[in-house]
Design a protein around this ligand. Structure first.
Ligand SMILES: NC(=O)c1ccc[n+]([C@@H]2O[C@H](COP(=O)([O-])OP(=O)(O)OC[C@H]3O[C@@H](n4cnc5c(N)ncnc54)[C@H](O)[C@@H]3O)[C@@H](O)[C@H]2O)c1
Ligand SMILES: [Zn+2]
Length: 373
């Protein structure tokens, strides 16, 4: 699964091996204009439903539209308002109906152009329209490039629960142009870096060291460094997904490092207060302190993560919010089995272990130790 450079549309290719659902992630700089030729190289396409959001459309929709049209592909452009509320039943219904009105059929494809919201939503439309359409992803946020576009999870929210309606629907291909990250707001960009750091901690000490050594070029969005971190993150996630495509063996759970605390923080602080990656940053440090308290993790390694996350402009302190609410949010987390708290606990940089039966008071001590001052 090492990146190769056999594709004319990318300087690096990461293969995601999922037997008959295998596909390639093509990573380059400035390859957005190749979308038409890229799709046409993967299958015969005559009609594409191109789904994007209002922010991304402003920058990139016409470029992608022209590239598809140049291959004589008829394009139905569907733009939804930017933001999480678009991952809804109402928006889905609108998209199904507009696609139908523009003569979608079983040979049409769906192209997602946007961040994780658009990837999840457009993937869900692809999975459900006419019992399943081929799906192509062009992720445009760092989070979408390194995380949500790999793994095949698609879906929407209900008012009472996030990501509760959905399925696994693997794309036929993913095209990543790291140059589109230039227009991404700084806070969104930094938030995506938290997941990049996560891959280093859970699977790859050398990659973690690479991040430590390249903080400034990362912050500058240097194209060579960006290609490297996006490609390595995709490879690492692809490895995990390939071994546990549908989250049945437990291996995929390691991707949730820091996420039990993160989800509790997102819920209790109120959605929108923290961007996801910001809450992941705080959560990873809680999980590291938990490792210390369980006697399996060296405090110096918590310090290294703390320093790297701080250098990358991510929050590291736990906010003083309702502790009882945090605990009950963690107890409601889907990783709880039979009422016991389970955490992904680091043992060293590059190795984490799913740890069941964590006592609530120890879990909370790792939380409150993160308060400032
Ligand atoms: N399917 C999965 O495995 C998976 C994994 C992680 C997260 N997710 C989902 O991803 C979503 C979050 O994704 P996100 O963080 O990418 O948020 P997002 O899609 O809302 O994008 C963030 C913001 O950046 C804007 N934007 C996107 N690309 C841009 C660009 N290149 N230039 C300028 N602006 C740009 C968007 O319009 C939006 O305002 C959540 O709904 C989450 O549930 C899914
Ligand atoms: Zn995450």
């Amino acid at each position: 699964m090492s990146p190769t450079n056999t594709s004319p549309f990318a300087s690096q290719t990461v293969h995601v091996p999922l037997s008959e659902r295998s596909y390639d992630i093509s990573i380059g700089t400035g390859n957005l204009a190749e979308v038409g030729r890229w799709t046409a190289s993967l299958r015969t396409v005559t009609h594409a439903v191109l789904i994007s959001d209002s922010n991304v459309a402003e920058h990139y929709l016409e470029n992608v539209n022209e590239s598809l049209t140049a291959e004589r592909i008829r394009v139905t452009k569907l733009v939804v308002p930017a933001g999480e509320p678009s991952k809804s039943v109402a928006t889905s219904q609108e998209l199904w109906e507009k696609a139908l009105a523009d003569r979608v059929d079983r040979k049409s494809i769906v192209v997602a152009l946007g961040g994780g919201v658009i990837g999840d939503l457009a993937g869900f439309i692809a999975a459900t329209m006419t019992r399943g359409l081929d799906f192509f992803q062009i992720p445009t946020t760092l989070l979408a490039q390194v995380d949500s576009s790999v793994g095949g999870k698609v879906g929407i929210n209900l008012p009472a629960a996030k990501n509760i309606v959905g399925c696994f629907w693997q794309p036929k291909g993913v095209l990543i142009d790291t140059a589109v990250l230039e227009t991404l707001p700084r806070r969104e960009y930094l938030s995506g870096l938290a997941e990049v750091v996560k891959y280093g901690v859970i699977l790859d000490p050398e990659f973690f060291e690479y991040l430590e050594a390249n903080v400034q070029p990362i912050l500058d969005r240097d194209s060579t460094v960006l290609q490297k971190i996006v490609a390595r993150s995709c490879e690492l996630k692809a490895q995990v997904v390939a071994e546990d495509e549908r989250e049945t063996t437990g291996l995929r759970a390691i991707l949730n490092y820091g996420h039990t605390y993160c989800h509790a923080l997102e819920t209790v602080a109120g959605y929108g207060e923290y961007l996801h990656g910001e809450a992941v940053s705080v959560g990873m440090l809680c999980a590291s302190r938990l490792g210390e308290k369980l006697g399996v993790f060296d405090p110096a390694l918590t310090e290294r993560q703390h320093n790297l996350l701080t250098a990358l402009g991510l929050p590291v302190e736990v906010p003083r919010i309702d502790e009882d609410a945090i605990l009950s949010a963690m107890q409601r987390d889907k990783k709880v089995e039979h009422g016991k708290l389970r955490f992904i606990v680091p043992h060293c940089i590059g190795k984490v272990v799913l740890t069941p039966d964590v006592p609530a008071d120890v879990a909370m001590a790792a939380w409150t130790d993160g308060y400032a001052g």
